[in-house]
Design a binder for this molecule. Structure first.
Ligand SMILES: Nc1nc2c(ncn2[C@@H]2O[C@H](COP(=O)(O)OP(=O)(O)OP(=O)(O)O)[C@@H](O)[C@H]2O)c(=O)[nH]1
Ligand SMILES: [Mg+2]
Length: 461
């Protein structure tokens, strides 16, 4: 009997029809399993313009639900922040000149010490003082070049809009910025080069970045500059040069890291080559997102997949690949940027860009039935800014008082709500994404709400 049975099975197994039937069943089962998994998994998509705070929201989710940051991330941010601290102070010095703001450090007779600090800082090459591989390799270097080269201002615009007008003209006008950022031999742009190519090129040009004062660098170059020297220079200029402070208050007129003040205030700790970043440092630090990152969290009994997309214009063409199967869109708006221009195109107001973006996403066919959550972010900076920068200067129909933060929020809220051409509700929350305590409450309320909505939608409750 046993023999008969075994013969029967082996005959069946050789039957091509049965084999193909089994394969079909297996595929069907696997598809069903995937469908069930997809149904259970909540997909949250973080969208918004560049620098609005999407990755910072993600970092808070990591702190809350993933045990925080690893050692590698802490080392990486230490490098990135130290480079940004150096370059940010250089930017203030050069922008002060452009804006006609007198600097105390420009007068060697009245302020010999500040004058020397400035000289020392301008002769320091940030890339000599960091480990570029730990900072993120070629990705970091590409961003660094794009961010700190005025020659790339127009290139940024072309990359983001495809507009070529004036590119060549602008390439020839730079007299302040770093040495030519093209490879002198091949004329190949630094962007898109490998890390080795970039390093070689930076060495060939003899300088990394930013307006070295060519006539006056000899003495500074002779002396070996230490990280401590640079930190002292930054601290002294930040604390004691009234022109630097004045220029900082006008930083909406140029591109400056949003957390520059934090870097300056803490510059000595970032100068330590063995420094390991705290959670707060990482929340304040900035690494631009390229592409879309997928991050999984277990929140309560639900599985969340959070997609964090790069928000700059050049990144947005990648967004569409992640539009399918989204449970909710979390749109992050930087409220404080109503008086700032885009990094990618300095002719475009950041708030107007966000309005345009929100309108396009909210009313797109992809998100017809997808709930939207709107984070009115950077409220800490907004509250401060409205006291000194009239909203009406940028939005002439604004009727509220100068300094009235509540009226300002209501005004922008109304604009965003008025864009809704569907029946779906928009959930609005005011946030300060760098503040872990307040974000804990906001994020738990938001994730609870998404879970409830999802259960209702799938007919479970
Ligand atoms: N003061 C303050 N700074 C914030 C807040 N949210 C974000 N930032 C800072 O803003 C900078 C940019 O934040 P990111 O989270 O990197 O911005 P993003 O939207 O991910 O930018 P992309 O990746 O280019 O799209 C960082 O330096 C953050 O520390 C906030 O609410 N208040
Ligand atoms: Mg990001």
């Amino acid at each position: 009997m046993g023999c008969t049975a075994s013969t029967q099975i082996s005959e069946d197994e050789n039957d091509p029809f049965l084999q193909s039937q089994r394969a079909n069943d297996a595929i069907e089962q696997s598809l069903q399993r995937e469908k069930q998994k997809d149904k259970k998994e909540i997909k949250l998509l973080l969208l918004g313009a560049g620098e609005s705070g999407k990755s910072t929201v993600l970092k808070q989710l990591k702190l809350l639900h993933q045990g925080g940051f690893n050692h590698q991330e802490r080392l990486q941010y230490a490098q990135v922040i130290w480079a940004d601290a150096i370059q940010s102070m250089k930017i203030l010095i050069i922008q002060a000149r452009k804006l006609g703001i007198p600097l105390d450090c420009d007068d060697p007779t009245k302020n010999p010490e500040l004058f020397e600090f400035k000289r020392l800082l301008l002769s320091a090459k940030a890339l000599d003082f960091i480990n570029a591989s730990v900072a993120g390799g070629s990705g970091f270097l590409n961003d660094y070049v794009l961010k700190y080269s005025e020659r790339y201002e127009t290139k940024r615009r072309i990359q983001s809009t495809g507009e070529a007008k004036g590119f060549d003209a602008a390439l020839g006008t730079n007299d302040l910025e770093i040495n030519d950022q093209t490879d002198i031999n091949s004329n190949k742009p630094l962007l898109n080069m490998s890390i080795n190519e970039i390093s070689k090129n930076l060495n060939d040009t003899g300088d990394d970045h930013m307006f070295v004062e060519k006539k006056n660098t000899k003495s500074a170059e002779k002396k070996k500059i230490s990280r401590e020297d640079i930190a002292n220079a930054i601290q002294e200029l930040w604390k004691n040069d009234t022109g630097i402070k004045q220029c900082f208050t006008r930083s909406n007129e140029f591109q400056l890291e949003g957390s520059a003040a934090y870097y300056f205030d803490n510059v000595h700790k970032f100068a330590d080559p063995n420094y390991i970043c705290t959670d707060e440092d990482i929340l304040k630090g900035r690494i631009k997102t390229t592409g879309i990152t997928e991050n999984e969290f277990n929140i309560g009994s639900s599985k969340f997949k959070v997609l964090d997309a790069g928000g700059q214009r050049s990144e947005r063409k990648k967004w569409i690949h992640s539009f399918q199967g989204i449970t909710a869109v979390l749109f992050v708006l930087a409220m404080s940027e109503y008086d700032q221009m885009l990094f990618e195109d300095e002719r475009v107001n950041r708030m107007n860009e966000s309005i345009m973006l929100f309108d396009a996403l909210l009313n797109s066919k992809w998100f017809r039935d997808t709930p939207f959550i709107l984070f009115l972010n950077k409220m800490d900076l907004f509250d401060e800014k409205v006291k000194r920068m009239p909203i009406r200067k940028y939005f002439p129909d604004y009727q509220g008082r100068v300094g009235d933060s509540e009226a300002g929020v209501k005004y922008f809220e109304k604009i965003f709500l008025s864009l809704n051409r569907s029946n779906k509700p928009i959930y609005i929350r005011r946030t300060c994404a760098t503040d872990t305590q307040s974000m804990k409450f906001v994020l738990s309320a938001v994730t609870d709400m998404i879970v409830q909505q999802n259960l209702k939608k799938s007919g479970i409750i």
